[in-house]
Design a protein around this ligand. Structure first.
Ligand code: KG4
Ligand code: ZN
Length: 336
C-alpha cells in the first residue's frame, strides 16, 4: 500500500505547530512555536494577540518544517488541520494556511477535531487498541470518551463547568504562580502535605465532573487566610488540591474502564502531563491488568503531530472537507 504523508497544522490556542506524519503513526518532523512568553505577562492567553502571532509565525514554521524534514510540499499526500474547537481567530490562521496549500496542490483537506488529535497523540507512542476509554484533560476540556474503533467517539461524561486545566491555572494564579500554572502546581504538589480542608469535586456515581466549586474553595480559603494575616503554604495547598481532583478523576475513569469492559485506557491533553495523575492511573491500571497509555510530555500539550495522526484515520474513514470548511470555536466530536 502506498505510504500516506500528512502535513498537519495546529493553531487552536497559543502554539503554532506543523508536523509531517507518515501513515498515522510515524513522526517525520514537528515544529512547535509557543507563544507562552508573550501571554505570560497577561496571566493567560489573549486571543487577539494569539491570532496575530500565528500570522507572523505560520510561514516561518512551514519553511522550518520542510527544511528539517528534507521534504517538499509536492511530497505531501493529505493536509490535516485543526478546524475546532479553540480560539476562533487562532483557528482561522491555521485553517486558511491549510486551505491554501490544499488549493495549490489539489491534495485532500482533512478537518480534525482538536480532541481527536489529543487522543491520537497516544497513537504516536503505540498503535491504539480497541475498545478503549480515553480520558481527555486539557485547558479547555475534561471528558471521558469510549472508542470501539478508529475515529469513532462516544462521549460518556465530561465537565459541567470548568475544564481541569482551567482550574489548575486559576489555583496557580491565586497562589501567585506564573501562567501556565498547571505544571507549577504539579511540581509544588509533590513537595507538600495534604493539610487544607478542600471538597472532593462532584464525587458521585456519574461520569461528569465539576471543578468550579473546588476552584472557588481555594480562592476563598486564600482570601480568608490573607485577611487574617496568615500565610498560605503553597506546597500544601497544591498537594491538597491535586489530591482532591486526582482522586475523583481517577475513580470515575477506572469505573468507566470496568463498566465498559475495556482493557485499554489512554489519557490525553495538557493535564495528562501531570505527574500525580499519570502515577495514580498507572498504579490502578497495573492492579487491574489494564493497558495504560500516556503520551510523552511533548505530545500531551498542543502539537501538530497528534493532528497528523488523527487526520490519517479521518481520511481512511472518508472524512474530507472542501474549501468551504470553516473554523468552529465549539463543535461536537461525537458525530464521527
Ligand atoms: O492541551 P493543552 O496544551 O491546551 C488545550 O487544549 O487546552 O493544555 C494546556 C493545559 C493548561 O491549563 C496547563 O496548565 C495544563 O494543560 N497543564 C498541566 C500540566 N501541564 C500542562 N496541568 C497540570 N499538571 C501539569 N503537569
Ligand atoms: Zn489542546
Amino acid at each position: 500500500m502506498k505510504d500516506i504523508y500528512c502535513l498537519a497544522i495546529e493553531t487552536s490556542c497559543d502554539e503554532t505547530s506543523m508536523s509531517i506524519i507518515k501513515n498515522g503513526t510515524e513522526e517525520i518532523e514537528t515544529v512547535i512555536l509557543t507563544q507562552i512568553d508573550i501571554h505570560k505577562k497577561f496571566g493567560g492567553v489573549v486571543p487577539e494577540i494569539a491570532s496575530r502571532s500565528h500570522i507572523e509565525s505560520i510561514t516561518i514554521v512551514l519553511d522550518e518544517l520542510l527544511e528539517k524534514s528534507h521534504m517538499k510540499i509536492s511530497d505531501i499526500d493529505i493536509i490535516g488541520v485543526t478546524y475546532g474547537p479553540g480560539l476562533i481567530g487562532s483557528l482561522l490562521i491555521g485553517l486558511q494556511c491549510a486551505k491554501t496549500i490544499s488549493l495549490i496542490t489539489g491534495k485532500p483537506l482533512i478537518p480534525v477535531h482538536h480532541i481527536a488529535g489529543h487522543i491520537y497523540a497516544n497513537n504516536l507512542e503505540q498503535r491504539l487498541s480497541f475498545p478503549l476509554i480515553a480520558l481527555v484533560v486539557s485547558g479547555g476540556h475534561t471528558e471521558l470518551v469510549y472508542m470501539d474503533n478508529d475515529y469513532s467517539f462516544k462521549r460518556i461524561g465530561g465537565t459541567l463547568d470548568d475544564a481541569i486545566g482551567e482550574a489548575y491555572d486559576k489555583v496557580a494564579k491565586i497562589l501567585g504562580l506564573e501562567y501556565p500554572g498547571g505544571p507549577k502546581v504539579d511540581k509544588l504538589a509533590s513537595q507538600g502535605k495534604d493539610t487544607y480542608n478542600l471538597p472532593y469535586p462532584l464525587d458521585d456515581d456519574t461520569y461528569n465532573f465539576s471543578f468550579s466549586g473546588i476552584k472557588s474553595a481555594v480562592v476563598n480559603l486564600v482570601h480568608n487566610e490573607k485577611q487574617r494575616g496568615n500565610n498560605i503554604n503553597a506546597e500544601d495547598m497544591c498537594t491538597t488540591f491535586q489530591n482532591r481532583v486526582i482522586s475523583v478523576i481517577t475513580k470515575k475513569t477506572m469505573k468507566a474502564v470496568t463498566e465498559f469492559k475495556v482493557n485499554n485506557l489512554v489519557i490525553a491533553g495538557g493535564v495528562a502531563a501531570n505527574r500525580g495523575l499519570r502515577e495514580k492511573l498507572e498504579e490502578l491500571c497495573k492492579e487491574k491488568s489494564i493497558n495504560f497509555s500516556v503520551p510523552r510530555i511533548k505530545y500531551c500539550t498542543d502539537n501538530a503531530a497528534m493532528i497528523g495522526s488523527a487526520a490519517y484515520y479521518a481520511y481512511k474513514k472518508g472524512i474530507i472537507a472542501d474549501l468551504k470548511l470553516n473554523a468552529k470555536a465549539t463543535d461536537n466530536l461525537y458525530k464521527y
